[in-house]
Design a binder for this molecule. Structure first.
Ligand SMILES: NC(=O)c1ccc[n+]([C@@H]2O[C@H](COP(=O)([O-])OP(=O)(O)OC[C@H]3O[C@@H](n4cnc5c(N)ncnc54)[C@H](O)[C@@H]3O)[C@@H](O)[C@H]2O)c1
Length: 350
């Protein structure tokens, strides 16, 4: 299958193809960096660092951080900046971020701030990072709250090799599938149908199907990010299920993963949309999510989720602006009263 290259001023150059990691050298040479560094964590390094290092030569600096969300911190950024200075990184140097969303967010942040911005290549290795985190130029670290400190910084190249997903734990793959299904519901009915028809192959991680879905999701995200420039707030539609999802994550003390919480959040939005927009396709959405191995119900106290949502959204006036589907493939942004949210959360409680 051909490698696809998408280019735009706000998202940078995005290269998607099975085995595209083998082309890294060419993309690096095109940037002619003074020095090159690779930022990754110990888990990803075990599987993919050799492949990256093999395509580079010369003196490569390695910035190895611990696995997990905690690595996305100012302290880690300081460690990397310090090592960059020690290793003589200049404004014309290149940082390569190899890993999931934690690493791509951190690499983007470090690269955008070091000497007011250096060259950046992202190699996302989770489904979540390939279809979402590495696309669109948002970078950040956690500080007191999640993603409080960050920048917008389009990478020079995002190199997406769906082959890297083969070493991903099953749970992480499913976690990313919630975001994949989201794209179909918010803006692409044909894609939703494609996922329904190919669910078995998606779950089996068929090479062509996975490459196709990554390509499609990237194109859809790029489209939203570009439209956001003309129609501000367009980007908000990407948050379908996320307000409820964050509430579920928080009420579960983060035992429930982001994608799984978003999956339940999407169902809650469908139920609310039935009442406010006459949405009639909830069963179909639930059907796809369940076929993809995603949860559609929760075991938590709906009132606790509601409290967590209120804490998350500082400006709470008894109503919440939410993304609601009017049909599969199209959404509206609407204010929703608290009692409707609580009712829907109760309907999907076990
Ligand atoms: N910037 C954005 O627009 C944006 C959008 C969505 C999410 N995010 C951020 O992304 C982060 C979550 O990203 P994530 O879900 O990728 O989590 P993650 O980066 O923690 O990766 C999940 C796990 O998979 C491991 N892993 C990564 N690639 C692997 C591979 N190929 N094989 C084996 N193991 C592998 C990681 O080490 C980690 O243990 C959050 O911090 C979130 O805020 C950012």
């Amino acid at each position: 299958m051909d490698t696809e290259v998408i280019e735009s001023a706000i998202v940078g150059k995005i290269v998607i193809g099975w085995n595209s990691l083998g082309d890294l050298r060419g993309w690096v040479d095109e940037l002619s960096p003074f020095k090159v560094g690779v930022l990754t964590n110990d888990v990803v390094a075990k599987f993919w660092l050799d492949a990256v290092l093999q395509s580079l030569d010369g003196d490569i600096s390695l910035f190895l951080v611990r696995d997990g969300e905690d690595a996305k911190s100012i302290e880690t950024a300081i460690e990397i900046w310090s090592k960059m200075i020690k290793n003589g990184f200049t404004r014309k140097s290149l940082l390569i971020g190899l890993g999931g969303g934690v690493i791509t967010d951190l690499a983007g942040f470090v690269a955008s701030t070091y000497m007011r911005g250096i060259l950046l290549i992202l190699i996302p290795t989770t489904l979540m990072a390939q279809v979402d985190a590495a696309i669109g130029g948002k970078t950040g670290v956690n500080f007191i709250g999640k993603n409080i400190i960050g920048t917008f910084y389009p990478p020079n190249v995002v190199l997406i090799d769906p082959q890297t997903l083969q070493t991903l734990p099953r749970e992480e793959y499913l976690n990313g599938l919630a975001e994949v299904a989201k794209y179909g519901i918010i803006m692409d009915r044909n894609f939703f149908e494609y996922l329904e028809e190919n669910a078995r192959a998606v779950l089996a991680q068929d090479k062509d199907i996975v490459t196709n879905i990554v390509k499609r999701c990237v194109m859809l995200k790029v489209q939203v990010v570009e439209e956001d420039l003309r129609e501000s707030d367009k980007r908000r539609i990407l948050n379908l299920g996320h307000t409820i999802g964050h509430g579920i994550e928080s009420a579960s003390n983060y035992r429930i993963k982001h994608g799984f919480a978003v999956s339940v959040g999407i169902v809650v939005c469908c139920l609310i949309a039935e009442k406010l927009l006459g949405f009639r396709e909830t069963d179909r959405v639930i059907g796809l999510l369940e076929t993809l191995g995603l949860p559609t119900r929760h075991n938590l106290d709906p009132k606790r989720i509601m409290e967590a949502i209120k804490v998350d959204k500082k400006a709470w006036y008894g109503r919440q602006v939410m993304i609601l589907p009017e049909r599969i493939g199209s959404v509206r942004i609407m204010e929703v009263p608290e009692d409707l949210i609580l009712e829907a959360l109760t309907e999907v409680a076990n």
